[in-house]
Design a protein around this ligand. Structure first.
Ligand SMILES: Nc1ncnc2c1ncn2[C@@H]1O[C@H](COP(=O)(O)OP(=O)(O)OP(=O)(O)O)[C@@H](O)[C@H]1O
Ligand SMILES: [Mg+2]
Length: 230
């Protein structure tokens, strides 16, 4: 990657979903550059294309046309296996509904996505505990998701997103299922991770949360518009 290239670049990205005989265009030629170390909030009405944009950045979904370059790699060209391996190293994802595995403890959930190549069991455990410590839940390591509050589960999900220490964190409405106070704790943690150098891209419906980001992008009818800060 040359230094002039942004960490994340979507160029003329279109996404068309087939819908029987008709089709639905969710993204209509999105151009978007996000630099290393930025903290970006995506806002916009329901159905405008926010999650679809995140899915392009994570490679969870592929564009119909256009290119997606992340950390120097054209991820729209990668096959499933290469993409999964690439994602594990480069991107941590936090979802609205946590998506922890219910039969695994907090510690096991954090260890699960760790790259198993060349890392000893004890070392993995030590790192997972470090990530849990960062979200303030070291003492919950042995708890199952059902034994934790929503906010605690989301903090475990953030620790899991850190498993392989990826440069990029993607969060789709990470506070959407939490009350305001609990949500603030989540945002504090994401802000702290940004301060430590992570590039954070977050979708939120909360205007006050969007204001904590460095940059606010409005998604409207499948296009992205830069918002002036008030
Ligand atoms: N797999 C799919 N098949 C068909 N249409 C889809 C699919 N996924 C998303 N869409 C459509 O694409 C549009 C954008 O969806 P997207 O999930 O990106 O919206 P969003 O901005 O994240 O909305 P919300 O705030 O409700 O989460 C919506 O109209 C949605 O119905
Ligand atoms: Mg969405």
């Amino acid at each position: 990657m040359t230094t002039s290239e942004p960490l994340i670049r979507l160029a003329n990205v279109t996404k068309v979903y087939p819908m029987g005989p008709r089709s639905y265009t969710a993204l209509r030629g999105v151009d978007l550059d996000i630099g290393a170390g930025e903290f970006v909030a995506l806002i916009g009405p329901s159905g405008s294309g926010k999650s679809t944009i995140l899915n392009m950045i994570t490679g969870i979904d592929k564009p119909t046309a256009g290119t997606v370059t992340v950390n120097g790699v054209r991820i729209d060209r990668l096959g499933e296996n290469a993409l999964a391996r690439w994602r594990g190293q480069n991107i941590g994802i936090v979802f609205q509904f946590f998506q922890l595995l219910p039969t695994l403890t907090a510690l096991e959930n954090v260890i699960l996505p760790m790259d198993l190549r060349g890392m000893h069991r004890g070392k993995r455990r030590e790192q997972a505990l470090e990530h849990l410590h960062l979200v303030g839940l070291e003492d919950h390591a042995g708890h199952l998701p059902s034994e934790m509050s929503g906010g605690e589960q989301q903090r475990v999900a953030i620790a899991r997103a850190l498993a392989n220490d990826p440069p990029i964190l993607i969060a789709d409405e990470p506070t959407g299922n939490l009350d305001t106070g609990t949500g603030e704790r989540i945002i504090d943690i994401l802000t702290e991770l940004h301060r430590r150098g992570k590039t954070v891209v977050m979708v939120t419906h909360e205007p006050y949360i969007a204001l904590l980001a460095e940059r606010v992008l409005q998604v409207q009818d499948g296009l992205v518009v830069e918002r002036e800060r008030p």
